[in-house]
Every structure is written in C-alpha cells, then in structure tokens.
Write a protein that binds this ligand. Structure first.
Ligand SMILES: [Zn+2]
Ligand SMILES: [Zn+2]
Length: 352
C-alpha cells in the first residue's frame, strides 16, 4: 500500500510534525489527489493556535470537530492518482486545483450553492484533512477545477486568497460606474485583490496600507494611488482624490482601525465589503447607516461557482500572478513561522 507523508498538527500551539500513514483508498464518488502544491495561508496560523482573536483577550475557539493529528492546508493543486468506483477512470492523471470549501450537501446553504457557508462543512484543511501532505482525499470530482495553462503555484492560492478577494470585489460589480474601488490592506489577499480588480473594473483601484513597502509594491502592480491610513490626513486625502468619497471599498484587514478608515472614507451610498479577520471591536454611530446610506457587508471565501469564474478569468490571462516562493513540504512549519513574523511577500507554496 502506498504511504502518504503529512506535516501534521499533533497539538494546538505546537510545531507541525511529520506523520506517515497509508494512503486512503477512494470510495464511491471520491478522488485521491497527489498534491503538487499547497499554499500557506494566514488562517493556518489561527488553526494551529486553535483560536482566532476577537478583541482584547477574547478568543474564538476553533478546536471543535477536528481530531488530531490533523492536516492543515487548503490552497491545493494536484493530479488525480486514484478514483472511487463511481468515478470515470479516465480522470486519473488529470491536473486540477481543488476547491476546498466543501459543504454537507444537504443544508440550505449547500442546496443554494453556498457550500462555503455550510455550518456542518467538510472544508479541506479546516474540518477534513487538507494539503500539507503528499495526498488528499476529495469527496467528488466536481471540486477539481482545470487550471491549464496556469502554473500550480498560482492555481492553488487562487482557491483561498484569490477566491476571497474575488468574492469581495464581485459584490461591487453591480455598479461599475462607481469610480475606483478602494482596497484596504495589502497582504496576500489584498495583492491578489489588486490583480483581480484590474481585470474586473475599468478604473485602476486605489489602495491603503500602513506599510510603505506594500504601498510601493501596489503602485508598481498598477494601483492608481496609495494612502497610509495611519496618517491623520489620509481620510481627507482619499475624500479629495475621489471627489467626495469612495463608493466601493474592500477591507482585507478586518480590525477596528481598518474599519474606521474604510467606513470613514465612504461617500453617500457607499459600501465596504469586509473579509479580514484581524480582530478588534468596531463601532459606528447607528444613524450613519441612514444618513450616509452606507452598507457594511461580510464575505467568507467564495462559492464553487465563483471559484470557476475566477479560474476562467485567470486562465484567460487577465490576472497577473502574485510573487510566489516554493518550499519543500518538510519546511511547512518554517513557512508558518515566517508568515507569523511578517517575513512573507506574496505567497509561499509547499511542494510535496
Ligand atoms: Zn486561506
Ligand atoms: Zn451544508
């Protein structure tokens, strides 16, 4: 029997550890994917800790429903190695990006096509074993998305950071005449958002980040203007530059400060879509919703249909790849450490 190697979470708050087990045999509709790449994401850090910080010392425990050892990793690209008895064998050898936000298939969210919002989900690398491994078991071949002619380095991260940015930006596409979209926070998701925004909107986006290096990188990647939200004059500068405020913003940070900034620069009728999970409590004068007719909307990753749309855009060459660094699977923990220390520009992908 083939063995699979994993960099496993064996205890919360502890370094990942190599474990070797028998490769699972796919049954029924399942497919076994040999992993070529798996991106390392910020949420992997929270899962390793076992909690998200909400605000102050308030934490959201995320240890439930997962037995250890567990395999993190949800930005997977790989090759079909074996299939269950209900799956066409010609699928063996096919390359694909794996949509990881797999639901129960039965609840209202799943039936409505929003498996990413399922509360009884089997999200890969979150509730079911994921991609910091040589192999992953996927419940159905419909979650395998063609990515040719893209590289697996790009295709894997599109399934989380790309999809998160795409789903947020899509919530602004109903009013394309609204002037430049504002992107707050230029980490992995924000930089992906910049590349995708350039494909979706005619006007190049404007950006904000407290880090000068990231602002430079965004300007080099096609942002029209970059602002430092920690500058007390920044809100005024954004309002001036946009003739009275922004109508469409994405907050990829999700902290009290970032939300104060992104809601503070909205024009009447403007909307902020929030994807970031940094933490903190945010308050706003309740009357502002009516007075300024503003919307604050949250999104969580994206649907399978949105993942397909995003891949179509990328395969058509409309989205510039973000900088990516390859590291061997055995360096998964070092990659997480570097991410935690803020030493990463763009994306790190593990190679199995
Ligand atoms: Zn992620
Ligand atoms: Zn469900």
């Amino acid at each position: 029997m083939t063995k699979m190697r994993r960099e496993s979470l064996v205890a919360y708050g502890q370094p990942l550890c190599e474990t070797v087990v028998d490769c699972p045999t796919p049954r029924g509709s399942e497919v076994l994917v040999r992993i070529e790449r798996c991106g390392v994401c910020h949420s992997d850090l929270h899962l390793q800790d076992g909690y998200f910080v909400l605000a102050g010392d308030k934490k959201l425990d995320v240890t439930a429903g997962r037995s250890l050892p567990f395999t993190l990793g949800h930005e997977i690209a790989g090759v079909v190695e074996a299939v269950g008895e209900q799956v066409d064998e010609t699928l063996i050898g096919r390359r694909g990006a794996v949509y990881p936000w797999i639901g129960c298939g039965k609840c209202t969210a799943c039936v409505g096509g929003e498996e990413n919002l399922c509360s009884n989900h089997r999200h890969l690398g979150i509730a079911a074993d994921g991609g910091f491994a040589t192999h992953v078991l996927v419940p159905h071949s419909r979650y395998l998305l063609d990515y040719a002619p893209l590289s697996p380095d790009f295709a894997g991260p599109l399934m989380c950071s790309g999809l998160t940015a795409y789903a947020a930006l899509k919530r602004h596409t109903n009013k394309p005449e609204r002037g430049p979209v504002l992107l707050v926070g230029l980490g992995g998701v924000g930089m992906m958002g910049l590349a995708i925004a350039r494909a979706l909107f005619r006007a190049p986006p404007i950006v904000a980040d407290i880090d000068a290096t990231k602002r430079e990188a965004a300007l080099a990647a096609g942002a029209a203007l970059a602002f430092d939200p920690s500058d007390p004059q920044a809100r005024k500068a954004v309002t001036t530059a946009t003739n009275g405020g922004v109508l469409a913003a994405c907050d990829f940070v999700g902290s009290d400060k970032s939300l104060q900034f992104s809601t503070g620069v909205l024009a009447r009728g403007g909307k902020v879509v929030v994807t970031g999970l940094l933490g903190g409590n945010f308050s706003i004068a309740a009357a502002m919703f009516g007075i300024k007719a503003i919307t604050i909307e949250g999104t969580l990753t994206g649907t399978l249909a949105e993942a397909r749309e995003l891949l179509e855009l990328a395969r058509a060459g409309k989205i510039a790849p973000i900088p990516t660094r390859q590291r061997p699977l055995a360096e998964a923990q070092s990659a997480l450490d570097d991410l935690r220390a803020g030493r990463i520009v763009g994306r790190t992908v593990l190679t199995a």
